[in-house]
Ligand binder design. Structure first.
Ligand SMILES: *Cc1c(COP(=O)(O)O)cnc(C)c1O
Length: 377
């Protein structure tokens, strides 16, 4: 029996999304830009997907853009705000030290181009204090970028409060909602974000499909040049099957959200309790303000990587820190930012559940981790 508990890295494609995509790999292969009926069919599928996604997020259809994934959406949002800021002589950006590399490395590039980047502290709980955002704002601040929820320790940020502070000061606000979309509620009628990024493969949609929300009248510049697709904001023939799968997956996730949040949170609590019973174990990230499925626990003195490998041999798929960092043996920058020692950071295990995981899965994971920890000690 294999247990998949690495949903922070990617999720299984839902049957609904798969079924929705199939025709577009077959008979409905038209290019949405073609004027004949095949093109019209593809174009209508795109509009339908845009309508569905806008509905799930509380956005307007004209505020949703399709990209190749979370990384592209994030890059475009940040680059758009940076270009706009440059035109106004504003070259300061506020962010957190626990952002995904898509944010951090885009900001690194901007730093080389003369931008000044302020990274706010996140404390031991891994949460940005909205007041620290207010205090960091300057006359030349072009953008605030703070993630909705963290991919490693699962902490959910006070984006509602941060958005309000940015709006009060007339500063653009971007939030990387890749881990949040489809998992916890996002309502863009209430959330004062100018840009929001999401990615289909994190909510049971296909890989290679991203959503970029850019609020009406918010600056948006293309980072991929060519044809007039996506109303001139993103060139290239649209990935119709992926976009259709993305919309089907998000609709399904949103209509089951309450039920899923309840079930997955209960399972996570059971898992965290069981893991913290293992001597030496410490929880990473705030216990309450975290994603329903995220459990991140450190076992100081033990290699998290060895733990994950032992668990894999027992059919349990988990990760250490984030998937993007799994090739490096450096301690996680997220765990370092919340004050974990090198020893604690290197002994971390990230277990990310979804609604298909069962009570027995949690029992089995707890038992397997306990055995593996004893073995490695
Ligand atoms: C996965 C992830 C991304 C990148 O999304 P891709 O679609 O894989 O490019 C960005 N931010 C967060 C928080 C993520 O978890």
């Amino acid at each position: 029996m294999e247990i998949y508990a690495d949903n922070g890295a990617t999720t299984r494609l839902s049957r609904t999304a798969y079924d929705a995509m199939l025709p577009f790999f077959g008979a409905d292969f038209g290019n949405p830009s073609s004027i004949h009926s095949f093109g019209v069919k593809a174009s209508e599928a795109l509009s339908g997907a845009r309508r569905t996604i806008a509905g799930c997020l509380g956005a307007g259809e004209d505020e949703i853009y399709f990209t190749s994934g979370g990384s592209e959406s994030i890059t475009q949002a940040i680059m758009s705000a940076a270009e706009y800021g440059t035109g106004l002589g504003k070259r300061h950006i506020v962010t957190s030290p626990i952002e995904h590399h898509a944010v951090l490395n885009t900001l690194e590039r901007l730093k080389k181009q003369g931008f000044e980047i302020t990274k706010l502290p996140v404390g031991t709980r891994g949460i940005v204090d909205p007041e620290s955002v207010r205090n960091a704002l300057r006359d030349d601040t072009a953008l605030v970028s703070v993630m909705f929820a963290n991919n490693e320790i699962g902490t959910v940020q006070p984006v509602r409060e941060i958005g309000r502070i940015c709006a009060e000061h007339g500063v653009l606000f971007h939030t990387d909602a890749v881990q949040a979309a489809g998992h916890i509620e996002i309502d863009l009628e209430d959330l004062r974000a100018d840009y929001l990024s999401a990615s289909a493969h994190k909510f049971h949609g296909p890989k290679g499909a991203g959503i970029l929300f850019a609020r009406r009248n918010t600056p948006l510049t293309e980072i991929i040049f060519g044809g007039p697709q996506e109303r001139g904001a993103r060139a290239g023939t649209e990935n119709v099957p992926a976009v259709v799968g993305c919309a089907a997956a998000l609709r399904e996730a949103c209509s089951n959200m309450e039920k899923n949040v309840r079930a997955v949170t209960a399972l996570r609590e059971k898992l965290i309790d069981g893991l913290l019973d293992i001597p030496g174990a410490v929880l990473n990230g705030d216990r309450q303000k975290r994603l329903p499925g995220n459990a991140n626990v450190s076992f100081p003195g033990i290699s998290g990587e060895s733990l994950a490998i032992l668990l894999d041999l027992k059919g349990i798929k988990v990760s250490t820190g984030s998937a993007c960092n799994s090739v490096s043996t450096e301690p996680s920058y997220v765990l370092t930012a919340i004050g974990r020692s090198v020893d604690e950071a290197l002994g971390s295990l990230r277990i990310t559940l979804d609604e298909t995981n069962t009570d027995e899965d949690a029992d089995q994971i707890i038992r397997a981790v306990r055995e593996a920890v004893i073995k490695l000690r």
